[in-house]
Design a protein around this ligand. Structure first.
Ligand code: WTA
Length: 631
């Protein structure tokens, strides 16, 4: 399964294209199945229907945990680093982790959870988060993790869409110098949810919280009453493993559905080959388990591979901008996987913080979530990797489940700011406006994938048609990523960015429509239009153009109110960087907002706005131009 050289890669890639079922079948054969599959793959991209290993039976947690006990029972599975450097860290071996997962699973069962139930998890980055995720998988419940930075409204939307019967949460959370009353946010959300029957609360901060009689129970009370053994539920390879909500260009966030078998095979395969983790290595992915990166490369990929991972509760700049580097030295981290936005923000604080640490243990660096600009890449390479660690720039999506385009350790060529070549099993193409494949190199187009891979999205929860429309209808016969890309003269891919109305802020995806809806919920607002603009640290910033009812009212107060509305509707992470009040928006005669013009103005580039004569009210463009908010 392990690719060690460029020749290995070429051989694996060729086989994955010529004999995909044989290729993935062999890799799947390395896992524990209660029953094998008859056909590895059945698919069409029209419905779409994608089935990998259907009919085969397994439980992913047996592969993550039980399977390792004979050889790795006493090996560390998890090292947990708390927000406060002085607080005691926690280490769990594979044996201990299994026991805790079984206990949590028994608590779920005791509280009425069963196979197929949807369970939402809204928790800080504490070991119980990983344990809770695995406990759901143990009993065949479908987990839906909600990043613990979303607002009560955002939780309610997700809980209601999934019709979740339970929420697993904590009393509060520490993140950097912030303290968030997590349970209170959940209580507020639950005022709008009728499906939730039980809330299980993990103690983290020991704050006094409201406990609703009959609904809310403390985890520590429950766990004292249950057994340490819990047999794993038998699942079909195509049974749902989890739902993860993500933003698209229209409407509310959609629940991306991943299934047990294919997701298992692909996350393990990609983890092992991209990061080239050796048996005694320590791997650290700094993402939150609330995002797909945390699902695939904190929880499943590493555990399926028997690796040791670090999980970090805090933020890169607390208590100082040296925190990441201090933690790397503390645990001897060998592979370090983070986001460009973190690198850029640390870069802006100067080299001294990183030069104070040895970082000798590092063998490989990774990047994920957004394009990494060349300057940040070089800083990462020189100051963190000391020019001896390959950098894997991993392109993928919530919908793809695992890494799609990336270097595999140092087995092949690496170029700054280029994701590189597709992984075995991944068949990317670039399409033109007509949906025709663009052949050859040194070309640019819409990035699509033309053949299924095991961990691809199966559906959007409760609305299969939306899945078809969003990903399979733009270009018939292809999965459309929403990204534009360039294939350079050597055939390496460079991701340019989203080509739809999705903005990527610090690696977090938001639909412009989603933020507009939030802004429009404010009583003073008539209409709004949101666009992304280049931002030095966040990659993209959020620029909102807003028409208000009471023009001339105090702008600062209005601005603060609108920010407050967004925080209520979505969460702090979606706060706009700039809000410009405008008398109107540039619209075509048919009423469509000309975002192209708004984007240009937000970029500070008003030299060439193109033809504006077809607009309903061409003069409004000048007014907007004059009111442009600089940094
Ligand atoms: C962007 C995160 C350039 C891209 C795993 C994609 C990237 C979206 C990269 C998915 C990368 C992710 N280079 N762009 N290495 N990785 N993206 O669903 O626009 O949170 O479509 O998944 O992030 O974001 P998501």
């Amino acid at each position: 399964m392990r690719i060690k050289t460029w020749e290995d890669y070429e051989k694996a890639y060729a086989r994955s294209v010529n004999d995909p079922e044989g290729f993935w079948g062999d890799i799947a054969g390395e896992f524990v199945w209660r029953k094998k599959w008859n056909t590895a793959l059945q698919w069409n991209f029209d419905e779409p229907k994608i089935e990998w290993f259907k009919g085969a039976k397994l439980n992913i947690t047996e592969n993550c945990l039980d399977r390792h006990l004979s050889t790795r029972g006493n090996k560390l599975a998890l090292i947990w680093e708390p927000n406060e450097p002085k607080e005691k860290f926690i280490r769990l071996t594979y044996r201990e982790l299994l026991e805790k997962v079984c206990q949590f699973a028994n608590v779920l069962k005791k509280n009425g959870a069963k196979k197929g139930d949807r369970i939402c998890i809204y928790m800080p980055m504490v070991p119980e988060l990983e344990i809770a995720v695995l406990a759901c998988a143990r009993i065949g419940a479908v987990h839906s993790v909600i990043f613990a930075g979303f607002s009560a409204n955002a939780i309610a939307d997700r809980v209601n869409d999934a019709q979740a019967s339970m929420i697993l949460t904590s009393d509060g959370l520490y993140r950097g110098n912030k303290e968030i009353p997590v349970k209170r946010v959940v209580d507020e959300a639950l005022e709008h949810c009728t499906s939730v029957k039980k809330v299980i609360v993990v103690e983290r901060t020991q704050w006094a919280v409201h406990m609703e009689p009959g609904r809310d129970v403390w985890y520590h009370d429950e766990v004292a009453t249950v057994d340490k053994v819990c047999p794993a539920e038998e699942m079909d390879a195509e049974d749902m493993l989890f739902i993860l909500y993500t933003s698209g260009s229209t409407g509310k966030p959609k629940g991306v559905v991943h299934t047990c078998g294919g997701y298992m095979v692909y996350t393990a395969y990609t983890f092992q080959n991209v990061f080239q983790v050796e048996e005694s290595d320590v791997f650290w992915c700094t993402a939150d388990v609330g995002w797909v990166t945390g699902h695939s490369y904190i929880v499943y990929g590493p555990l399926l591979s028997g690796a040791t991972t670090v999980m970090f509760e805090g933020v890169p700049t607390y208590p100082s901008p040296g925190r990441f580097w201090q933690v790397i030295d503390k645990y001897g981290v060998n592979q370090f996987y983070t986001a460009p936005t973190a690198i850029r923000s640390l870069m802006a604080m100067g080299e001294d913080h990183v030069l104070a640490y040895s970082l000798d243990s590092l063998k490989l660096l990774g990047s994920v979530g957004e394009p990494i600009n060349e300057e940040a890449w070089q800083w990462y390479n020189i100051h963190v990797g000391k020019e001896r660690c390959p950098i894997v720039d991993t392109w993928w999506q919530t919908e793809t489940g695992g890494i799609m385009i990336s270097a595999l350790g140092n087995t092949g060529p690496i170029k700054p700011a280029h994701a590189g070549y597709p992984l075995p099993g991944v068949q990317p193409v670039l399409l033109d406006n007509e949906g025709k494949e663009i052949e050859g190199n040194d070309v640019e187009g819409y990035l699509c994938i033309k053949f299924p891979w095991p961990s691809m999205i199966r559906t959007t929860y409760g609305d299969h048609e939306r899945c078809r429309q969003t990903y399979f209808a733009n270009y018939k016969g292809y999965y459309f990523t929403g990204d534009g890309a360039r294939r350079d003269k050597d055939g390496m891919y460079r991701i340019i960015g989203r080509v739809d109305d999705v903005i990527n802020v610090s690696g977090h995806r938001f639909g412009t429509a989603e933020i507009e809806n939030a802004i429009n919920a404010n009583d003073h607002v008539v209409e709004s239009a949101v666009v992304g603009y280049p931002h030095d640290i966040k990659g993209q910033g959020i620029y909102a153009y807003v028409i208000t009812k009471d023009q001339g009212a105090k702008e600062d107060i209005l601005r603060a109110e609108i920010v407050e509305t967004i925080v209520e509707q979505i969460g702090r992470i979606a706060k706009p960087d700039k809000i410009q009040f405008v008398p109107g928006l540039p619209k075509t005669r048919s009423g469509k907002i000309m975002r192209r013009i708004l984007r240009k103005i937000a970029e500070g580039d008003t030299s060439n706005l193109g033809d504006t004569t077809t607009l309903l009210d061409p003069d409004v463009v000048d007014v907007i131009k004059n009111g442009y908010i600089k940094d």
